[in-house]
Design a protein around this ligand. Structure first.
Ligand SMILES: Cc1cc2nc3c(=O)[nH]c(=O)nc-3n(C[C@H](O)[C@H](O)[C@H](O)COP(=O)(O)OP(=O)(O)OC[C@H]3O[C@@H](n4cnc5c(N)ncnc54)[C@H](O)[C@@H]3O)c2cc1C
Length: 499
């Protein structure tokens, strides 16, 4: 990249850090939002430095890129040897390592947030579900300034195409491993709820190779979400948007670079970055001068950076930062259906059940589950939010999620289970694990901290381009497709108007 100049100093303190003038554009994070930004900026001929705290996880031929869910190790956990995944009871001691999952517990102990770490962010370990909310559900979740008609006609289709979203092909569905999918479809048919397909971001040719035994079985045995997909069937952003950005030569992705905070200067912004080892020690401190900074560290990561930047006097930000945060109304459960359940049932999501009317927006995704049980992820939309706070002593975020809100979420989702149970005698639902969410949203939302295209209000050249922009809910649907579509929408406007 042109224009690099180094003024060498020592490392170990901010004062002695290396000072580097480079840029002019920095992106923080390589999940859905960050990858869209990197690609669209690269296409427009703009060089970027993309900082990613985690490592790159290229799929290895030996089928052991990621640990399994059953046998977690350091690769499972983001720098926390005391690995305690909310969906699996019991703590596991693992090596301290830059693993793929960060678990953040509220200090009240009533909610755990799970987020991805590594090139691809959440897409590295996601369940692949890429679903679009209905217009009614979208309007209940997102600000009126976002035109659903335009999203439906332009940005959702673009996001689906770029992420490689499609429904499970018939030949795969016919395989015995997909018995559970047929069970799910039959359950929803008998429930009286609205049934809709759940497109997913998988490479079906790799899934076919799994079924022929040519590559390690991962997606076809339920080992893909949470731990990572060893066959490489998951279309993570490192294999679409970010790959395309890197192929232009304009996106310089730096892994194991953890941004600490951002400081406004007379020339623009200084991005303070720790280059870390695979066990999390800082090996070098960098300061990068940037004219523009795109925050795409996820709802928790972006809000953490904004609040820390504010606490250190780097950015002057209002009390709105951290507000309008919620869990997407997530409520996980296991389902058992003695009437319909037979054989192996592990695979990609294929169907959603929902109920939407003037008083309720609720949806449920059938995922895969352990043994003869099916996992379901219910979601709803509330008018209630929690909040991300900053603990100056710990130099880190905490968050508040009211028990009253979770009680309303659980009740709404239980209503869906009641309908399924009533239509399917012999079936039942049971909750499992601690309350948790894989879908944190908000903290730097549109219309409060940012404008409706992600520009941070009052800070020319600062943008938020990820799940932090969304006020807590995406219409009782998993959020990744909406995050991607909104990032596409924002980049169109930014590139047109901001150069
Ligand atoms: C196990 C799991 C399964 C999921 N399944 C689905 C699903 O099937 N469908 C769906 O729609 N959604 C799913 N989600 C949610 C989805 O992954 C997230 O909503 C989505 O990834 C958020 O996108 P984002 O761009 O906001 O941020 P992220 O994808 O979270 O990306 C943020 C990136 O920033 C990096 N980062 C954070 N802090 C820093 C820092 N200080 N410096 C440098 N880099 C930093 C992170 O490592 C990460 O790579 C799942 C999530 C999880 C955890």
């Amino acid at each position: 990249m042109a224009g690099c100049s180094w003024a060498l100093g020592g490392c170990g303190s901010d004062e002695a850090a290396r000072t580097r003038t480079e840029g002019p554009v920095v992106i923080i994070g390589t999940g859905f939002g960050g990858s869209v930004a990197a690609f669209r900026l690269a296409q427009a001929g703009i060089d970027t430095i993309v900082f990613e705290r985690g490592k790159r996880w290229d799929i290895q031929a030996d089928g052991n890129t990621f640990p399994t869910l059953a046998m977690p190790d350091g690769r499972s956990s983001w720098l926390n040897p005391d690995f305690d995944l909310p969906v699996i009871p019991g703590r596991v001691t693992v090596d301290k390592y830059v693993g793929v999952l960060e678990v953040i517990e509220s200090s009240a102990g009533n909610m755990a947030v799970v987020a991805g770490a590594g090139v691809g962010g959440g897409s590295l370990i996601y369940g692949g579900t890429l679903v679009q909310p209905t217009e009614r559900a979208f309007r209940r979740s997102l600000p009126a300034e976002i035109d659903y008609g335009e999203m439906d006609a332009v940005y959702y289709p673009r996001a689906r195409q770029m992420l490689g979203a499609s429904v499970v092909p018939e030949d795969i569905l016919e395989h015995p491993n997909y018995q559970w999918t047929k069970t799910a479809v039959a359950e929803v048919d008998a429930s009286g709820l609205t049934k809709s397909p759940a497109p997913a971001g998988f490479d079906w040719d790799v899934v076919r190779a799994e079924l022929r035994g040519e590559v390690v079985a991962a997606l076809t045995v339920g080992e893909y979400a949470i731990a990572g997909c060893n066959s490489g069937a998951t279309n993570s952003t490192g294999r679409n948007y970010l790959l395309l950005a890197e192929q232009t030569g304009r996106a310089d992705v730096r892994t194991l670079h953890s941004v600490q905070y951002v400081e406004q200067t007379t020339r623009g912004y200084t991005v303070h970055v720790d280059h870390i080892s695979e066990t999390g020690e800082t090996v070098e401190k960098l300061q990068i001068e940037a004219k523009r900074v795109f925050f795409a560290a996820g709802a928790m990561g972006t809000t953490r950076l904004l609040l820390r930047s504010k606490a250190r006097g780097g950015l002057v930000l209002g009390d709105e930062v951290g507000q309008s945060w919620a869990t997407n109304g997530d409520s996980l459960a296991l389902r058992s259906n003695t009437g319909l359940m037979e054989g192996v049932h592990a695979g990609p999501p294929a169907v959603m059940a929902s109920r939407e009317d003037d008083s309720e927006i609720t949806g449920m995704e059938y995922a895969n589950g352990p043994g003869s049980l099916m996992a379901t992820l219910g979601m709803t939309v509330l008018d209630e939010h929690g909040r991300i706070t900053f603990d100056e002593e710990l130099d880190d975020i905490d968050f508040i999620w009211p028990d009253s809100a979770q009680a309303r979420v659980d009740a709404a989702v239980q209503g869906l289970h009641d309908s399924v149970n009533a239509g399917n005698p012999g079936s039942s639902a049971m909750s499992f694990g601690r309350p948790n969410t894989y879908h944190p949203l908000g903290g730097a939302v549109m219309g409060q901290v940012c404008d409706f295209h992600g520009r941070v209000l009052g800070h020319s050249g600062l943008y938020v381009i990820d799940g932090a922009l969304i006020p807590g809910y995406t219409g009782a649907r998993n959020p990744a497709l909406t995050i991607t579509a909104l990032a596409e929408r924002a980049m169109d406007d930014i590139l047109e108007k901001d150069g």
